[in-house]
Design a protein around this ligand. Sequence first.
Ligand code: GDG
Length: 462
Amino acid sequence: MNRLVVVSNRVADLKRSTQAGGLAVGLADSLRSRGGVWMGWDGQTLKYEEEPEPRIQRIGDVTQATIPLTEQDYVEYYLGFANRVLWPLFHYRLDLVEYKTAFLEGYRRVNAKFANALTSVLQPDDVIWIHDYHLIPLAAELRQRGCQQRIGFFLHIPFPPPEILAAVPRHRWLVESLLEFDVVGFQTNTDLGNLHHYVEDHLGCEIKSDGRIDLGTREVIGGCFPIGIDVDSFVGMAEQPNEEVQIEMKRREILGRRQVIGVDRLDYTKGLPDRLRAFARLLELYPEMRKSVALMQIATPTREELEAYIDIRKELEALSGEINGRFADFNWTPVRYIHGTVPRDALAALFRASQVGFVTPLRDGMNLVAKEYVAAQAMDDPGVLVLSKFAGAAEDMREALIVNPYDVDDMARNLCRALTMPLAERQDRQKALMERIREHDSAYWLSTFMAALEDGKTKETA
Ligand code: GDG
């Protein structure tokens, strides 16, 4: 087996249990199982003239190699091109894109730094797996430095249709950079289809029947590799007694109250304002639900330096206050809005103690929370997943109640359906969903991507 070298913007803290964010969670599960090297930015900004050598640290079977960035890199590459251009663009939010040439320059500069650092760590038989939108030009940078190893790329977020992508300057350069990889992986068939449409329409390339993109001189494997979770480990966590959550659950049982739960990074793509409005609409449309159900929304702080994130935070605080002001009673608070981070085992216990998992992003690559909610349920008395049709997870998790996250009434009706669903139907849906998340778990994600990267095998040729 070749040594696996993973590269992503940040490396996860493998010793911490409060790590939020899908890439960190998904990759940590996979790398722990296979071992290898993980390279990324260490989160620090320093002043330096000469690029420092990567810092090497060994944790179990994983060697982490990290580099610092400068303040200018942070502003132009991370806050700028990655999070003011690519993140909104790839989530179909052209209204939030703020393109600047300096951002693009910062993006290219940091990718060159990553390539320099990586070159010092690489061995001839390594396979390299690069992650996410921060590092699209990295394969081209590595090839310029003589790197001959196989290089794969996985996009954790959606890939937009050509009509949206073509609105940003240098879109052709971006896609051509993507095609420098040997394998380009997406979460869903929709995302893969969007790349295929772009290369056909804008580059005139042919797409082969197995999804390979024919560039004339070489072929690129384009594939769909839905990310998953380590199901058994999450089931184990959810089954562990968590005293604080259990006391809280007993109190709710005595009062005959159910809980709807939402857990997200506080991001404008996650559809949080309309989720809260949908919960308020439930209380309006079905007054019998008042005092018998509450919404717990955990919104984990993220990218707090950006205006769009400050705005969404303010909007949510105002909305939850407004809903509570309107509906709360002296002994019932309809919305519990938590702006903070919860340990992973407590999260698992909270999912298990909640009768509905409410996952309504406006657009999401996959959404691991949907899979975690299902993994956490008790099979004899499971809760119900209400899931946005615009989450990548909806392509596979068809037994969830699928909703339109822009339609507040549709979400309210489905919440009511979830809260009143008979036990037998809940069990049937849970069984089917559990089978699906077990089939497409983190080990499957790793092995199918590796088969494509190491052996050139795709689903069609495997
Ligand atoms: C990106 C894509 C794709 C959240 N709050 C806490 C916490 N979390 C954990 C969740 C889950 C992860 O963070 C979030 O993952 P998601 O997949 O839901 O979303 P993104 O962070 O946007 O991830 C996404 C993913 O990458 C993987 O490819 O699915 O579409 O956007 O694991 O449980 N964990 C803890 N405390 C919190 O407060 N411990």
